[in-house]
Design a protein around this ligand. Structure first.
Ligand SMILES: Cc1ncc(COP(=O)(O)O)c(C=O)c1O
Length: 364
């Protein structure tokens, strides 16, 4: 073809997308990758075999469009979540990112505002602005916690169309008390989404926002199979809400957005929920070990209910990040001064991270 390839600026791109950068956590090939909060445990062989059988059956009918309403899968998610939820209260998509995109498309858009308490999941502002909505960031206390009063006041003041509450919060791991969610719901006019992507790693005796769904038609709770189910590559996220809320999401989804292969794989994994979730205890143990060891090394780990730990007391985060990478360990600089974030890996991966960090000497 020849000629000069055009630059992005030369294309008739939407004005509001000019100058933006895409989501881009590094995908480097390193021995120990603990940077994107994946579940680093592989799917157990017997589960993988059963999923493969389900996918093989689905393949025989892949000439046909999939069940547009993914009825069986919604039923399976309702069973998995419990709390008396039924199929009509469930939704699913290709990762909870797409679930959240559906929410933005249905309730956001030009002239509307999306509110969250910063620092929080870096995709929220991108998802909001991709629909033309404006992102408004609220504030947290110095330790990243929120009180019902402060949260409700900020939401009442901003009066957003969508509130995104991350429970527990990424990238800080901070728990979100249930009374904060309740107070935010009462203070808001728009929809309130509780993103429980990491909920399975929280203490078992804690109340999920699912327990608040009854008689709160503007509330929705999103989850993902990417973390606890070790299913990030399959791209399956889901959401529970009032059936009318689910009807709103139907207005914006692409027809047949969940492939029959995805549906079959997710159903296969859900049949083995107990085996898949057995890894959670191990990950929680590694997370707590990271917290304790970091403290012993003189760092300041924040409380985490997720599968990762944010730690402060890092004199030069970029230098530490690079030194770990040179030792084959990839973690994340999320841009919060003096901190780094690490995902809990297998016992061996976690040991590699902790030993490599210890070998750097004291940073505090
Ligand atoms: C808080 C939070 N929500 C949602 C997601 C999206 O996950 P997925 O699209 O894989 O379901 C992530 C991924 O890291 C996350 O951290």
């Amino acid at each position: 073809m020849g000629g000069v390839s055009p630059r992005l600026d030369d294309l008739p791109l939407r004005d509001d997308l000019r100058g933006k950068t895409p989501y881009g956590a590094p995908q480097e090939s390193v021995p120990v990758a603990l940077n994107v909060n994946e579940n680093t445990h592989p799917v157990p062989q017997e589960v993988a075999d059963d999923i493969l059988d389900s996918v093989a059956v689905a393949l025989r009918e892949v000439n046909r469009y999939p069940d547009r309403e993914f009825v069986e899968l919604r039923e399976a998610f309702a069973d998995y979540l419990g709390h008396g939820l039924v199929r009509d209260q469930l939704w699913a998509a290709n990762g909870s990112n797409e679930v959240l995109q559906h929410v933005m498309q249905a309730f956001g858009g030009p002239g509307r505002t999306v509110f969250g308490f910063a620092p929080t999941y870096s995709m929220y502002p991108l998802l909001a602005s991709a629909t033309g909505a404006t992102w408004v960031a609220g504030e947290r206390a110095h330790d990243f916690t929120l009180t019902p009063q402060s949260a409700a006041e900020q939401v009442a003041e901003a009066d957003p169309d969508i509130v995104l509450l991350c429970s527990p919060n990424n990238p800080t791991g901070t728990p979100l008390p249930i009374d904060v969610i309740d107070a935010v719901y009462e203070a808001s006019r728009g929809v309130v989404i509780v993103d429980e992507a990491y909920w399975e790693f929280a203490p078992r005796d804690q109340r999920s926002a699912l327990t608040l769904l009854h008689e709160r038609p503007r509330l929705a709770v999103s989850r993902t199979m990417s973390k606890a189910f070790a299913f990030a590559g399959a791209r399956v996220g889901y959401l529970a809400a009032d059936p009318v809320f689910i009807d709103a999401l139907r207005l914006v989804r692409l027809p047949y957005h969940l492939s029959s292969l995805t549906q079959a794989a997710a159903l296969g994994a859900l049949r083995h929920a107990d085996t898949m979730l057995a890894m959670v205890d191990d990950i929680v143990a590694q997370r707590d070990r990271i917290g304790a060891t970091l403290s012993a090394l003189g760092y300041e780990p924040y409380e985490s209910w997720s599968n990762f730990v944010l730690f402060g007391g890092v004199a030069d985060p970029q230098a530490t990040w690079r030194a770990l990478l040179e030792r084959g360990v990839l973690i994340r600089d999320v841009g919060l001064p003096g901190t780094l974030r690490v995902s809990a890996g297998t016992e061996e991966e976690t040991t590699s991270f902790l030993d490599s960090l210890a070998s750097l000497g004291s940073q505090s």
